[in-house]
Design a protein around this ligand. Structure first.
Ligand SMILES: Cc1cc2nc3c(=O)[nH]c(=O)nc-3n(C[C@H](O)[C@H](O)[C@H](O)COP(=O)(O)OP(=O)(O)OC[C@H]3O[C@@H](n4cnc5c(N)ncnc54)[C@H](O)[C@@H]3O)c2cc1C
Length: 404
């Protein structure tokens, strides 16, 4: 069976690597490089990235790790000892330690809220922010988490997603950092595809996807199945198939999430650990990590690499960046550490943080000839690349089913 894949982002390569074991696959990528928003970007001696922060949400045990293993890749993901710290009143505190700093009344409210949540007393379609709004600390903490993990405010995050995310955390634990950074996963996937005689054609901008007469076409190239790694909206634009109003989606519109990432270098260490520091007290940044604590080759010799992420709230990108830079200055000056801003990247429009924010994802199965993979069709509760992996799993299952 011949399978054509449009886009060599993480979703396209992951699907390609697994399918190349049994099928004849060809991947078309418009850029000269592969990996999309999940690969390294060497810059001024640092390994920056095209998107992600060298981190996998559920580390060496989550859905992505399972799939790359299944594909036959060998990648070293180091799990974080702690799921994440929250920077509050000048100290980095674990989630449990947060209970020690809230007042008695708020503590009671928080315990009741957690019990109610467990018992399913909240409407799944209500927002996480609505749930937290009576406890100011919890609201800020919630916002820093959803901002970092989903590039959404707590008010824009449905409770149903948070519940599913909590289940995934319980099952797999917190994040892990990739030795060598994002591109170690991408390079391994490419190796597998090439070993299995799959083809990756770069510098090829696909103009049309056509499904007709029980065949799929990528421009004029004929396939049995087409998988698009582009956003559902762009896939629909270039194809002859209704995706958004298709019976599997019923008009549900994917809403992208926007964000800004800032890379910082410093001689002295801001943190010593390999997990996330969420920043609920900052005006705009949601958190930061230090990938060079896991792999010093990700930073210039003698320097540390800190990656900061913040949600983009208004459309004034310059103002948003200025607010983030002010947050960064406050964090570094508190510790009296000199630092250098290496790079600032903003993600919106055709290159957002997520093509569909959590809760607005579409179904990856369009019909039995056309499938979608990537962050516009993440599985429920799938944070970032874990969601991309869930979309690939669903597509694999469906393709294997029709070939039984
Ligand atoms: C700032 C930021 C921080 C993030 N941090 C993390 C993190 O720490 N951890 C994490 O797990 N995730 C993170 N993510 C999310 C993660 O990077 C994405 O979810 C993931 O990379 C999306 O992969 P994808 O395959 O869906 O899409 P993409 O990476 O966008 O791949 C799509 C590919 O299709 C190609 N393409 C587009 N149009 C065409 C065409 N017409 N013809 C041919 N090819 C085409 C593109 O060039 C691209 O290579 C972050 C994202 C951003 C932006």
């Amino acid at each position: 069976m011949k399978i054509g894949i449009v886009g060599a982002g993480l979703g396209g390569l992951l699907a390609g690597a697994i399918l190349s074991k049994n099928y004849d696959i060809t991947i078309y990528e418009k850029l000269p490089i592969v990996g999309g928003r999940f690969t390294n970007l060497p810059y001024k001696g640092y390994q920056l990235t095209t998107g992600a922060l060298h981190m996998v949400p559920h580390g060496a045990d989550g859905y992505l790790a399972q799939l790359i293993k299944k594909a036959g890749c060998s990648v070293n993901i180091i799990n974080s000892a702690v799921e994440g710290y929250f920077k509050i009143k000048g100290k980095d505190r674990t989630y449990k330690e947060l209970f020690g700093i809230v007042g008695f009344k708020d503590k009671l409210k928080a315990l009741k809220l957690m019990a109610d949540l467990k018992m399913g007393k909240f409407d799944d379609n209500a927002s996480f922010g609505e749930l937290l709004k009576d406890i100011p600390y919890a609201y800020e903490v919630g916002n820093s988490f959803t901002g970092w993990a989903l590039s959404l405010t707590a008010d824009d995050t449905p409770i149903s997603e948070v519940k599913e995310i909590a289940k995934h955390y319980k099952k797999f634990g917190g994040p892990g950092m990739i030795v060598g950074g994002c591109s170690s996963i991408i390079n391994e996937l490419v190796k597998v595809i090439e070993k299995n005689n799959g083809k990756i054609i770069t510098n090829y901008n696909v103009k049309n996807i056509t499904i007709e007469n029980n065949k799929g076409y990528i421009d004029s190239n004929e396939f049995d199945i087409v998988i698009s790694n582009l956003s559902p909206t762009i896939t629909e634009k270039i194809s002859n198939v209704d995706i958004i109003n298709n019976g599997n989606n019923n008009g549900k519109k994917p809403i992208p999430s926007k964000g800004i990432k800032i890379a910082i270098g410093s001689k002295e260490k801001l943190i010593n650990h390999n997990t996330i520091v969420f920043t609920p007290e900052c005006e705009r940044i949601n958190g930061f990590n230090c990938p060079s604590n896991v792999d010093k080759n990700l930073a210039k010799e003698g320097r540390n690499l800190i990656m900061v992420h913040g949600i983009q709230i208004t459309n004034n990108v310059k103002k948003e960046i200025d607010i983030m830079l002010n947050d960064i200055e406050n964090i570094y000056s508190e510790k009296n550490i000199n630092y250098e801003i290496i790079h600032i990247q903003s993600y919106r429009d055709d290159m957002p943080v997520n093509h569909a924010s959590n809760g607005t994802d579409l179904n990856p199965i369009v019909n039995d000839r056309l499938y979608l993979v990537g962050d516009g069709v993440k599985g429920k509760g799938g944070i970032e690349v874990e969601g991309v992996a869930l979309s690939v799993m669903k597509v694999m299952d469906s393709i294997n089913d029709i070939n039984k």
